[in-house]
Design a protein around this ligand. Structure first.
Ligand code: GLN
Length: 291
């Protein structure tokens, strides 16, 4: 590659050709524009307005390195360290899943149901804090508590809360052993979770960008017990939801009917399946009707 003069438009053409070995023409161009925006701070429009723009040595090194990481199929969000979720700017790193658009739909589902203002909300397995923070932002009078088993995830979620000026309380708790965790001894109006639900069978179909970089702790469950987390969450919800409180979960599209049945066994009612934007069974909500 020709680095002479460090002229961005020339370098960009070279990087684009490299990226087109692994990505479609459109993806390669979008990824490159996002990298340039992130590392150099100039938008696509500004790039075309200043075709002779020269990169500094450090910008050149950073972009070159970022292109190499993309060629190794690392997700863009881990390279830039940031992502957008429901209008929030969040930091991400490999200790948390990159928040998915489906999970924004889950937040939307909760916010579109008529909720009282001052409610207690619990997010189980918060990761980057995305669900908890988006709910707190949109229901500012609510009290939001979020747990995760991963201390690294909690420290990232905490910095996301600080940077977005949102007051969410994060605790290191394991939902599989919730009796050990005092923050879980209170009652909640809403419990939400996007727990690990990808089976070893599904894993075979996953690409390197997920498998090689995202935290397996947050993704995978055993084929022999794919509903492990849902069983514990339903059990906990039965104990700790207030009367008429509601549980919302993201699910594996292949286990919709089983998860609905499981919630029924655990005494939850008004169990509804919701589809995502692709029409797949992706969320379940359920109510606790008795005391
Ligand atoms: N939807 C995510 C994926 O496809 C998985 C999220 C999860 O396991 N909770 O990678």
């Amino acid at each position: 590659m020709d680095y002479r003069d460090n002229i961005l438009s020339n370098l960009k053409a070279g990087w684009k050709t490299e990226l087109e070995q692994s990505y479609s023409i459109q993806e390669a161009s979008q990824l490159l524009n996002r990298l340039i925006q992130h590392f150099v701070g100039i938008s696509r429009v500004d790039q075309s307005l200043h075709p002779g723009y020269r990169l500094s040595e450090s910008e050149l090194i950073r972009l070159n390195n970022a292109v190499k990481r993309l060629l190794n199929e690392e997700p863009l969000q881990y390279i830039t360290g940031v992502t957008d979720f429901y209008g929030l700017n969040l930091r991400v790193n490999p200790s948390v899943l990159i928040p998915r658009p489906e999970t924004e739909e889950l937040v939307d589902l909760i916010l579109h149901e008529k909720n009282k203002k001052q409610i207690n909300i619990l997010d189980i397995g918060t990761g980057s804090g995305c669900i908890a923070l988006a709910l707190k932002k949109n229901l500012p009078e609510s009290k939001v508590v979020a747990i995760d088993i991963s201390k690294a995830a909690l420290s990232l979620a905490q910095s996301n809360a600080i940077e977005n000026h949102l007051n969410v309380q994060f605790y290191p708790c394991d939902i599989l052993n919730y009796s050990d965790c005092p923050p879980l001894h209170e009652n909640f109006d809403i419990i939400v979770s996007n727990p690990p639900y990808v089976t070893q069978t599904d894993k075979k179909l996953m690409k390197k960008n997920v498998l090689g970089f995202e935290p397996h702790l947050a993704l995978f469950v055993d084929d022999h017990d794919p509903l492990l987390f849902y069983r514990h969450i339903a059990d906990f919800a039965r104990l700790r939801l207030k009367k008429q409180g509601k549980l919302y979960v993201e699910i594996n599209e292949n286990y919709g009917a089983e998860t609905v049945r499981l919630f029924g066994y655990h005494g939850l009612t008004k169990i509804s399946m919701h589809t995502d934007i692709e029409g797949k069974n992706r969320f379940i909500s359920a109510v606790k009707e008795d005391i």
